[in-house]
Structure formats: C-alpha cells, structure tokens
Design a binder for this molecule. Structure first.
Ligand code: MN
Length: 195
C-alpha cells in the first residue's frame, strides 16, 4: 500500500517491538531461507517440527522515486540453524551506489556487510546505535541475542533490492555461535558466481 508522499504524513511504531499498526508486515520463515543458510540439513530437521518465523519487516509503501525516502522496521527473531544465528536474507541495492542507515531499538545484533570487491565488515548493534551502511555494501541483520533484534531503517526510495546475488553466491562470512559468543567465519558455500 502506497501513500501520497507529496503531503506530510505520520506513522507510528511500537518502540519495544517495532510493530506498526499502519501496515501489514512481510514475513520470512525458515522455509524461505533454504538457499541462504549454511546448514541445509539442520534446516530440514527444524522444518519437520515447525516452519518458524525468522524475521519480518514493515515497509511503509513509499513509491520508488529518487527524491523520496523509504523507511520502516526490521524484526529478526532469536534462534539458530545449526550454529548459524537467525538472520535476514541480505541484499545489495539495485542502485549499488545507495547507502542506508539502521537504528537499533531493541535487542543485540550484527549488521554484516560486504562489497563486490571483497571488503567485509560488521558492526555490533544494541539499542541506540545507528549503523551507516555505505553505498556498494550488501547488508544482512543477524540476531546474536536472546530477544528480538529490532531496527528502524531508511534509505533513498528508488534504491531497489537485489536479493538474487546473495541467494546465488552467499555472503563471504557467516555469523555462528562459538562457546556462547558469536564468531565470524568463512562461508564454505560462498561462490563468486554472480559478479
Ligand atoms: Mn537495504
């Protein structure tokens, strides 16, 4: 649902949960992450019990015009597939030269980032932290905590989303649990196919 961005508008989000009563969220379940997770057999075992909600996001329906600003919330739930923490699929922007900011409002998580040249970065986010995702960097939110990881995001509205590159090649790094803490390790399935 879009709205008239030529007039002022006001929206609300619950600060604890990131939920907006103004829109329906888009939901991504374990079964949507088959191409994304490192350990597909662990995912299959989990799916025998339940197709768990991994993350959801509220987009406010700003039209994809260059002068407008898209915004919303992203909520990644706690959990793991094998030793890999629950995460969003992650994406490049279709217009690669488009940055984005995320403000953490709840929980504890990482923003995992990489650019096509192979630079990899991550930032730890707790409530009150804002991460600046530079242009050209793919980005993925990872919940390394025990409660929902909630962020507010905003970016240039015509940026577009390229999920296919990540679905094909993966991120270069994975975020896994090691001895009760997170660790950044090489992704054995990473393949430089798409770019
Ligand atoms: Mn983005």
């Amino acid at each position: 649902m879009s709205y008239n961005v030529d007039k002022p508008g006001i929206f609300s989000f619950a600060l604890e949960t990131g939920i907006s009563a103004d829109r329906e969220s888009s939901k991504r379940y374990l079964s949507n992450l088959r191409k994304i997770v490192a350990n597909e057999s662990a995912l299959d075992e989990m799916l025998k019990k339940e197709d768990t909600l991994v993350y959801e996001f509220y987009e406010m329906g700003v039209p994809e015009h260059p002068g407008d600003i898209a915004f919303g919330t992203s909520i990644c739930y706690p959990g793991k597939v094998g030793d890999e923490y629950f995460m969003t699929k992650g994406h490049f922007h279709t217009i690669l030269d488009t940055a984005e900011v995320y403000l953490c409002i709840k929980g504890r998580g990482l923003m995992l980032m990489e650019n096509p040249e192979g630079d990899v970065a991550y930032e730890l986010l707790t409530p009150g932290n804002v991460v600046y995702v530079p242009k050209r960097y793919a980005h993925r939110s990872v919940n390394i905590g025990t409660e929902p990881f909630v962020q507010f995001f905003t970016f240039r509205a015509d940026a577009g989303h390229d999920y296919g590159t990540i679905e094909t090649s993966g991120f270069r790094k994975l975020v896994v649990e090691r001895d009760g803490d997170f660790a950044i390790v090489d992704n054995p399935k990473w393949a430089n196919k798409a770019r």
